[in-house]
Design a protein around this ligand. Structure first.
Ligand SMILES: [Zn+2]
Ligand SMILES: [Zn+2]
Length: 258
């Protein structure tokens, strides 16, 4: 048996790998489950990849994204939902190259421009707490797979805020506004920003805003999975598309994704 196979077999004994779909041993996604993954299919909004929607969708008409657009490989369902949880919260970093390979297929099918890949950054404090940025793992593997330069330091998160979960769309936008700064390295570049999940796309849009201010020519977002956005009216009682006072929201809530 070749050394690599022997090593893989030994590692599998110590840290068993199971299929995210059916639990069978030896691989993260078995051949049978691979065929049943929830690939994102049309119709969807060509700007934000919202499913079952016209182009542009209602939300993109109301508040256009700062991105050229978003490509998503999957819906956040089944084995992909499990993969996101394992990668983000259970330290299963070995998943990143597998998932990046699937994202690569979705990106190549689009045939869009990119000459620099980078992740949605975590704030340094959050990065120290979590130990790694799952989006950085994905984007690094993706850069390798696509043969594109990867620069994790070209976009910086300057504000550390609390999670977006439960907030309405409008409040999510306000949370992440002006939270990022693009570096000189993005000037004149077609940038591809990578994240694990997009819900309202407000974080990706805030990244794109910063990248454009620093001279990026185009900014596309690529996510592993698209989650159905929350209703315009959130748990916080915000009415659809109502204007809110910025200062008030920005200090009350934060973001990790979305
Ligand atoms: Zn399976
Ligand atoms: Zn849209």
């Amino acid at each position: 048996m070749p050394l690599k196979k022997l090593l893989d077999a030994a590692l599998n004994l110590i840290f068993p790998i199971n299929c995210l779909g059916c639990g069978s041993e030896g691989t993260y996604v078995c051949d049978r489950c691979l065929k049943e993954l929830p690939w994102l299919r049309p119709p969807c909004c060509s700007h934000c990849a919202a499913t079952q929607s016209a182009t542009p969708c209602r939300w993109c008409r109301h508040r256009p994204l700062a991105l050229d657009g978003i490509a998503a490989a999957f819906l956040l369902e089944g084995a992909i939902r499990e993969a996101v949880l394992q990668l983000k919260y259970h330290q299963v970093r070995g998943l990143a190259p597998v998932l990046a390979g699937l994202m690569e297929q979705a990106w190549q099918a689009k045939g869009l421009p990119a000459d620099l890949v980078l992740p949605v950054p975590l704030h340094p404090r959050r990065l120290r707490h979590r130990g790694y940025n799952q989006s950085a793992l994905l984007s690094r593997a993706l850069g390798r797979g696509l043969g594109l330069p990867y620069d994790e330091s070209a976009l910086v998160r300057t504000r550390d805020t609390s999670p977006q979960v439960g907030l309405s769309r409008d409040k999510r936008v306000l949370n992440v506004q002006d939270s990022f700064i693009g570096k000189e390295a993005v000037s004149g570049k077609a940038v591809l920003v990578v994240d694990d999940v997009a819900t309202t796309c407000s974080t990706l849009s805030a990244c794109a805003d910063a990248l454009r201010k620093s001279g990026a020519t185009t900014v596309w977002g690529l996510v592993l999975a698209r989650e159905a956005p929350p209703p315009a009216q959130g748990h916080d009682g915000t009415r659809p598309f109502r204007r809110t006072r910025r200062g008030q929201q920005a200090t009350r809530f934060g973001d990790t994704s979305g």
